[in-house]
Design a binder for this molecule. Structure first.
Ligand code: SAM
Length: 276
């Protein structure tokens, strides 16, 4: 396992120049592409100056930043580096080769942030204070998960809850697809029983999106709060979770496709649920 120590142990607010892609701190950031390293450290990577600035504005816990040494004087880069130093994090001023190594891209973003993961305890999320929460059972595709986080953020959902064995929202592809919304939407994980207990305690309506739903999505008598429950890309909702929902809703389809993509279905169902 790659040594993550250079990221975790450094002088508070240290600014380090890095002229080699073989640098230990560079390797440690790169190692965060593996889930086991993200889990061991509780850290993850988000790229791009705009995303990093939005994350800071959302109060995200930034631990390190790598940026091109040559862009040190650019106002947004300087602002980010200053925020990292203030918080006692690590600033790496790197050359182009090191930045490419970190981001695995030929044209990498000029700023790469390392953040503490922001998992919330489900019990600490007050469902009664929000209109909608979105629950995703066993979501497998990182692009779907990131897109759903972005959609949930845009449509004002108060939380996204991952149910069962889901893809990691802090993986690079999910973070990229979320376009910064990973920092804006409270995120928790639980099992089917935990989700249903959380909804029931808040007196929330639970609506599962299901191909065989008895009601069309527009016929659901939506009230607040409500939890929209979405199923796995291949298998849909488990019988346990489907039977625990107060209603199962279908989105009418008129063509040859036998189902909608999960992220698209979530967007349609969530939009319908708050439309009135
Ligand atoms: N073969 C799977 C099945 O039998 O459910 C298809 C799963 S679909 C790709 C992934 C999820 O998107 C479903 O579990 C459901 O929550 C939602 N979904 C997709 N199309 C839907 C539709 N027309 N009506 C309601 N939900 C839909």
């Amino acid at each position: 396992m790659t040594d993550l120590a250079p990221l975790l142990h450094h002088r508070p607010g240290e600014v380090r120049r890095v002229a080699s892609a073989a640098n230990e701190a560079v390797k440690a950031i790169r190692a965060l592409e593996l889930k086991k390293n993200r889990e061991a450290s509780g850290l993850f990577v988000a790229e791009g100056a705009r995303t990093v600035i939005e994350a800071l504005e959302n109060g995200a816990d930034i631990r390190a930043v790598a940026h091109l040494e040559a862009s040190r004087a650019e106002p947004h880069v300087a602002r980010i580096a200053e925020a990292v130093v203030e918080r006692g994090g690590l600033v790496l001023e790197v050359n182009a080769q090191a930045l490419e190594k970190i981001s695995r891209r030929d044209n990498p973003q000029t700023v790469i942030g390392v953040f503490a993961q922001g998992w919330r305890d489900l019990g600490d999320i007050d469902l009664s204070a929000m209109r909608r929460a979105v629950a995703l059972e066993r979501v497998r595709d990182p692009g779907n998960l990131g897109t759903i986080l972005r959609t949930a953020d845009a449509l004002g959902a108060g939380a996204v809850v991952l149910v069962g064995d889901c893809t990691d929202p802090y993986g690079l592809d999910a973070v990229r697809a979320s376009m910064g919304s990973i920092f804006a939407v409270p995120l928790a994980r639980t099992d089917a029983a935990g989700l249903l207990a959380w909804a029931s305690q808040a007196g929330a309506l639970t609506v599962g999106a299901h191909l065989e739903g008895a009601a069309g999505i527009r016929a659901i008598p939506w009230r607040d709060p409500a939890v929209l429950v979405m199923g796995n890309e291949q298998a849909g909702l488990t019988p346990e979770l489907a039977s625990g929902c107060a209603a199962l809703a279908r989105i009418p389809m008129h063509g040859r496709a036998d189902s909608l993509n999960l992220a698209v279905a979530t967007g349609i169902a969530l939009y319908e649920s708050v439309r009135g």
